[in-house]
Design a protein around this ligand. Structure first.
Ligand code: CTP
Length: 463
């Protein structure tokens, strides 16, 4: 039976002013409309852990709140009448907070209120889900709060805190979520949970490593059985990507991948994916290099590290670009994976004795995020050259610029680039060290145009 929880206010004292204000308004508006409103999911879990002194609260400003709304009588549950109680409350809240934007999603009209600063509140109607076949998108119908909680992934995520009415502060715990939270256990609510939604395999590992929890033994059996049943083929798309983003963006990704590998669950990403120390080092390198060079190459700033890690994970596997496209990676990411044959060619040529100008010629055809991927799979001698390229050679400029060329009498045109490239390569290789040397070399190798108007083309004698 659900238990009352006495210290709601203490819990909420941990929230930001904005969140508290918002929950207060939601409660009043629900009261005025005869609705029941609950805080559910991750926020309840995290607030309880915080209240028990088990975990620090995650970034308060970015805490996402999930509300579920139940009404005085059931609405029609077939989607024909999709105006749920959640939408009614969402619209009322939006009128009260006009600075927030209201987004409405899906057949059951889940509402999301999003503030300009990024604070986000999801408001759904209590509903129940059916899976017509394994790993299919669920079909939904209106349901009670208990049914709503029962469709969720784990007991620790299936707690609901009543926000309004006389039962304000009551914690609904139908499935032993508090006990599991105290014992550090991740437990599914029904035997088919992983089969219906295989992304839960990845959620299980995410919560396990983040919270330091373990799977209860029958949950682990079910997880292994779901993997063994070959369901991994059915996983894909945005939801898996979302979970991979969480995992690869967290500090605990090595532990998470070790665990996924032990469960055999990496097959959900790619059938040939095998976790080993060298793959771990490859992913570590991506993070290290991307962080190190982020300040100098703004282009890296727009690539999140989880995404580059995921690309590094896939890079050497067969059909990596197709897999990336099933995972809905960005077009740029898919292209980087398609460039693997060129990376191999470059690596075959990156000998330690190669003059810097050759290294630059090979690497400057790649954008910086691709260079980072290349470094991730490069053996040590090649990696040294790539490091020097990013650190210094990339930035080496020719000793003369276009302005100097014009001053010396060379007419602007397509050959300018060729001259500047040649000057730059010779500077890189230490053959030219001062602008005066560069001028002398230039005059010897590129003749000035003749005054004859019939042949205005610059003659390139260096070829
Ligand atoms: N949920 C689920 N099955 C999924 C995804 C989500 O049952 N495959 C439910 C869980 O009850 C979860 C809630 O939806 O608590 C919200 O999902 P999400 O925001 O992804 O998870 P949180 O638990 O809030 O995790 P976090 O704290 O990392 O945001």
């Amino acid at each position: 039976d659900p238990q009352a929880h006495p210290s709601l206010d203490l819990t909420f004292a941990a929230l930001s002013e904005q969140h508290r204000h918002l929950l207060q308004r939601a409660a009043e508006m629900a009261d005025a409309r005869g609705l029941k409103v609950y805080l559910v999911g991750g926020a309840v879990r995290d607030l309880l852990l915080y209240q028990w002194g088990r975990q620090p609260l995650p970034d308060l400003e970015r805490l996402d709140l999930d509300l579920v709304v139940d009404g005085p009588y059931p609405l029609r549950g077939d989607g024909a009448d999709p105006t749920g109680w959640g939408l009614i409350l969402g619209q009322a809240l939006q009128q009260h907070f006009p600075e927030a934007r209201l987004e409405i999603h899906g057949k059951f009209q889940t509402a999301a209120l999003i503030w300009p600063g990024g604070v986000c509140v999801d408001i759904a109607s209590a509903r129940t889900e059916f899976y017509p076949y394994p790993a299919s998108p669920p079909e939904v119908a209106m349901g009670s709060i208990q049914q709503d909680l029962y469709r969720r992934d784990f007991s620790i995520n299936a707690l609901a805190l009543r926000l309004n009415g006389p039962q304000r502060g009551q914690l609904l715990d139908f499935f032993g979520g508090q006990a599991d939270l105290r014992q550090g256990l991740i437990r599914v609510l029904h035997p088919n949970s992983f089969v219906e939604d295989p992304t839960r395999i990845y959620r299980a590992v995410r919560f396990a490593v983040r919270l330091g929890f373990r799977l209860d033994s029958s949950t682990e059996e079910r997880l292994r059985a779901a993997v063994a049943s070959g369901l991994h083929d059915a996983v894909g798309g945005d939801r898996l990507k979302q979970e991979l983003a969480y995992i690869l963006g967290s500090r605990d990704w090595p532990t998470a991948f070790q665990q996924l590998s032990e469960w055999g669950a990496l097959r959900c990403i790619h059938p040939d994916l095998e976790w080993d120390p060298s793959l771990r080092q490859r992913l570590q390198r991506v993070g290290y290099w991307a962080t190190h060079f982020r300040h100098r190459y703004p282009e890296l700033g727009s690539h999140e590290i989880w995404q580059l890690r995921l690309e590094a994970l896939l890079l050497t596997l067969p059909q990596a670009p197709q897999v990336a496209s099933q995972l809905h990676l960005t077009q740029a990411g898919i292209e980087r994976l398609s460039t693997y044959p060129y990376y191999q060619k470059v690596l075959a040529q990156l000998h330690p004795e190669l003059p810097p100008s050759h290294v630059v010629e090979l690497l400057q055809r790649l954008r910086i995020p691709a260079v980072i991927l290349l470094a991730a799979i490069a053996p040590k001698p090649a990696r040294r050259l790539i490091w020097r390229y990013l650190q210094e050679w990339h930035w080496v400029k020719p000793l003369l610029n276009g302005h100097d060329l014009r001053r010396l009498g060379y007419p602007p045109g397509p050959s300018f680039q060729e001259i500047l490239d040649q000057l730059r390569y010779r500077t890189l290789d230490g053959q030219l060290t001062t602008p005066a040397e560069a001028e002398t070399w230039l005059k010897e190798h590129f003749s000035l145009p003749q005054r004859d108007p019939q042949s205005p083309q610059l003659k390139n004698q260096s070829k």
